[in-house]
Design a protein. Structure first.
Length: 144
């Protein structure tokens, strides 16, 4: 009789275990939002830091506010339309690491992610006018 009771106890435990597993598989998986957080504390130029912070979070208002109305963009040496380029890129492109900072914090080299182009090394070179606005940005693939 004891053996039958043990089997009933085991059967009950297995049944409860399977029931609990079935319930957990029906529970929706919570997705953790990618905040694209990267420590930008190493950036020494405050305007460049604000620009990279805006790039990282895809904040178009903050990004465009840092640039002159006629800001120039050069991508691998080719002049691009600054506004339309970053309207498309912001929220879809970001640094994954900054490896090198030069020229008093105006030139950055690092690893970059683009939803369209994948992962690669890049450079960003900022030119800031006397009024404290970015007037030119040179970007492109880097080999270092």
């Amino acid at each position: 009789m004891k053996a039958i009771n043990h089997y009933l106890v085991y059967a009950s435990l297995i049944s409860l275990s399977l029931s609990a597993q079935a319930q957990t598989t029906k529970t929706p998986v919570k997705t953790i939002k990618n905040t694209n957080a990267m420590n930008t504390d190493q950036l020494t130029n405050p305007i460049v830091k604000k620009a990279i912070d805006a790039l990282q979070t895809g904040d178009k208002n903050a990004w465009f506010a840092l640039f002159t109305a006629d800001a120039e963009l050069f991508d691998d040496g080719h002049k691009m339309n600054f506004k339309s380029f970053f309207d498309k890129a912001l929220g879809h492109e970001r640094f994954t690491a900054i490896d090198k900072i030069e020229n008093n914090g105006l030139d950055l080299y690092g690893r970059f992610h683009s939803d369209q182009w994948g992962d690669f090394k890049t450079y960003f070179r900022f030119i800031i006018n006397p009024g404290g606005k970015i007037s030119r940005l040179d970007i492109g693939q880097a080999s270092y």
